[in-house]
Design a protein around this ligand. Structure first.
Ligand code: GDD
Ligand code: MG
Length: 334
């Protein structure tokens, strides 16, 4: 079975981290997010993954030089220009010659949904498309779904205005689709699956949905990206991953609590790191204090960073004391 993974977004809300690394290639507890997602696809019997890339394909080629990820063969479908979600799915599916039932996943989510069960649900319903659904507190930033008792979608509203729907169940970003869905998507045309294709399928009564309660998080914001990392090291999930990456030099006098230290990092003497992610290549001087920080760059001696996001080429001065800052600021960074 094929899967198309959408990795073409700009990662705007995670800047400056995403200025140097596309969001799906950022590590979550020292494993690239895309690798988490593709392993889950692999355990459901997916054998080929098509990465739908809207722009800047090079980091993906470099990240998987042998053309495989988690043991699964990758195909790269690079759009001539970003085609939006449906345009990207159609481009990727045609590129890979998909002609059978296939899976689609947004590349910026992390979840434990049983994809084989989603495929079985889809086939059992004889649906043309099936969505995975998850409950959230505030659905305003998502595609909100109303579903009947037998699992057929009655309404799909992308980013609803306040009061537009009472449902708190959202599109969790994993779909099973029949190849006939491609007939709804003209070649090389910008098109949104959420705003155009799904509402059309709802009107025809051919879109099903399976709600589940298992782990799900959209990693697109600094707070949720941090949360996704910490959930993987503290036993919040059944999976517990290592919190220290290879080739990191951590001083024995550093105190590290509930944090992830990436590969090829330096953590100096007397550092205090709490609820933070030190990303690959980051360098922390001596006595640096991090609290709820995401750091890719260099932090000099005695600096303190609370609720901060530091990009790859940033250098934080000695004794700096920053709270809730992004460096470089996303508006100034190129
Ligand atoms: N290849 C390609 N080309 N990929 C794209 C493009 C494009 O032009 N535009 C967006 N994507 C990818 C993004 O990288 C992401 O993986 C996925 O498509 C969804 O786009 P986002 O921009 O992240 O959308 P969202 O987070 O606002 O909403 C989506 O996800 C929610 C769940 O997290 C929607 O699918 C919502 O309905 C859903 O609830
Ligand atoms: Mg998203």
């Amino acid at each position: 079975m094929h899967a198309v993974v959408l990795v073409g977004g700009f990662g705007t809300r995670l800047r400056p981290l995403t200025l140097s690394t596309p969001k799906p290639l950022l590590p979550i507890a020292n494993v690239r997010q895309l690798e988490h997602l593709i392993s889950n696809l692999g355990s459901a019997g997916v054998t080929e993954v098509v990465l739908a890339i809207g722009f800047k394909p090079e980091p993906f080629f470099e990240a998987f030089p042998d053309g495989t990820c988690a043991g699964i063969t990758l195909h790269y479908a690079v759009e001539p220009e970003p085609l939006d979600t449906a345009g990207a799915i159609a481009f990727a599916a045609r590129h890979a010659g998909i002609s059978d039932t296939f899976v689609v996943m947004n590349g910026d989510i992390l979840c434990d949904v049983d994809i084989a069960a989603l495929v079985a649900f889809h086939k059992g319903h004889g649906a043309e498309g099936t969505l995975h659904l998850t409950p959230v507190q505030d659905p305003s930033q998502y595609g909100v779904v109303e579903v009947d008792d037998s699992g057929w979608v009655q309404r799909f509203v992308e980013k609803p205005a306040p009061g537009e729907t009472d449902s708190r169940v959202i599109n969790a970003g994993t779909y099973v689709l029949e190849p006939t869905v491609l007939n709804r998507m003209p070649e090389n045309q910008k098109l949104s699956i959420e705003r155009v294709v799904f509402p059309q399928m709802v009107a025809e009564g051919v879109l099903a949905a399976m709600p589940t309660q298992d782990y799900w998080i959209d990693t697109g914001r600094p707070d949720t990206y941090l949360q996704a990392n910490l959930d993987l090291i503290d036993g919040s999930r059944s999976l517990i991953l290592s919190s220290v990456g290879a080739n990191s030099m951590i001083s024995s006098s550093a105190s590290i609590t509930h944090s992830v230290i990436g590969e090829n990092t330096v953590v100096g003497e007397g550092c205090v790191i709490i609820d933070s992610v030190v990303l690959p290549g980051a360098q922390l001087g001596n006595r640096v204090r991090l609290e709820r920080a995401l750091v890719m760059g260099t932090v000099s001696d005695d600096a303190s960073l609370v609720d901060c996001v530091i990009g790859e080429h940033a250098v934080i001065a000695a004794h700096a004391d920053l709270v809730a800052q992004r460096v470089p600021h996303p508006d100034e960074a190129k």
